[in-house]
Design a protein around this ligand. Structure first.
Ligand code: P1T
Length: 379
């Protein structure tokens, strides 16, 4: 089945009792048993819920994976992966990550005796300098949030396999429409479903996909035991959102390119971070592992003044100033004070997350209105 067909149909069956074409919202916490243990495959909804199960199958199909698990947030999904580790284990990850992921690694799991190395993964060879027998996990975000670095998934997978450690890829920025990390050798694909998969800024959710039976069993155990599972209404909304993922992504990519080109030629804009530019340092890798370049763009302004960045962020009329991304509506974000505020200023500066950096999630509105809006906001 091709992507567009899978988006609509994979894992989704008409309701067996009524034939309803839309997956019912099984708004129930528990399921009646004829005698103890004698049930129809569903006992308690933290463990299994039919609406959620259809969504899990659907997302797994989009990532060409055997298994999918949905969580109550992207962070809930990432949390489950780190819970595979033990005190003394080490993780190699990028130095440009979503601020919340960085916060969870440094402020929660570092206290459990897990060591995180935050390194520049734009050159995967850097991993060799930090890898040891203690390394159990390589955690990659690509494209990265917010500086749109591209990490070579295949190169990371070769290193992970050689050293017997797990490779997890946060595929949130690309979505399964643009990139399928399992096909490039990842063991786990993670999503903030909140973003492109949900697509309508109305749900917080996460997901993990994997092929390995043992890894699935371990993660499903953590999923049920720790309980960060989403409700059926949210699962329904995401199933509905995914039906147009391919259509939305086409427009995100089209609009993203136009906005990136506009910003690049604007006299007040200095640097534009977007992997579709031929002069992006890892453009060739992006071309190899992604189908297109998406609608996420960051840019720095020539004045390098925080006040000027704030003025732009507050002057937009079609774009909205808000955290998050991947929804149909265009958003602008000031990473240093919003999404990446928990990353220390020194660390932020090292990767280019300056006080004058702005990030755009380019939505699916008419491109003329988006360009007009940016033009007037930039002044
Ligand atoms: O918000 P949540 O669903 O828990 O997902 C966390 C997350 C994980 N990974 C990446 C790459 C992300 O971008 C996010 C969430 N990011 C934002 C809210 C943001 O505006 O960047």
């Amino acid at each position: 089945m091709k992507f567009a067909t899978k988006a609509l149909h994979a894992g989704v069956e008409p309701d067996p009792t009524t034939g309803a074409i839309m997956t019912p919202i099984y708004q129930t916490s528990t399921f009646v048993q004829a005698s103890p243990g004698n049930h129809k495959g569903y006992a308690y909804a933290r463990g299994k819920n039919p609406t959620r199960n259809q969504l899990e199958k659907n997302i797994a199909a989009l990532e060409n994976a055997k298994y999918g698990l949905c969580f109550s947030s992207g962070m809930g999904a990432a949390d489950a992966v780190i819970k595979l580790l033990r005190p003394g284990d080490e993780v190699i990850t990028g130095d440009d990550l979503y601020g919340g992921t960085y916060r969870m690694f440094t402020k929660v799991f570092a206290h459990y005796g897990i060591k995180f190395h935050f390194i520049n993964l734009a050159d995967a060879n850097n991993i060799s300098k930090y890898i040891s027998e203690k390394t159990k996990l390589i955690w990659v975000e690509t494209p990265t949030n917010p500086t749109m670095q591209i990490v070579d998934i295949q190169a990371c997978s070769a290193i992970a396999k050689k050293h017997g450690c797990t490779l997890a890829v946060d595929n949130t920025f690309a979505s399964p429409y643009l990139q399928n990390p399992m096909e490039l050798g990842a063991d786990i694909v993670m999503h903030s479903v909140t973003k492109y998969l949900g697509g309508h800024s109305d749900v917080i959710m996460g997901a993990l996909c994997m092929n390995d039976d043992k890894l699935y069993e371990q993660l499903a155990f953590i999923h049920n035991s720790c309980g960060a599972t989403p409700g059926p209404m949210d699962s329904f909304l995401v199933l509905r959102g995914i039906k147009t993922l391919h259509l939305r992504m086409e427009r995100h990519c089209f609009n993203g390119r136009k906005v990136a080109e506009f910003l690049k030629s604007h006299p007040k804009v200095d640097k534009v971070y977007w992997p579709g530019f031929t002069d992006h340092p890892n453009h060739e890798i992006a071309k190899k592992q992604m189908r297109d370049f998406g609608g996420m763009i960051s840019f720095d302004i020539k004045s390098r003044k925080k006040e000027d960045a704030f003025k732009i962020a507050s002057s937009v009329k079609v774009f909205s100033l808000a955290e998050s991304l991947g929804g149909v509506e265009s958003l602008i974000n000031h990473p240093a004070t919003m999404t990446h505020a928990s990353v220390p200023a020194k660390e932020r500066a090292r990767v280019g997350v300056t006080d004058s950096l702005l990030r755009l999630s380019v939505g699916v509105e008419d491109i003329d209105d988006l360009l007009e809006d940016l033009k007037q906001a930039l002044g």
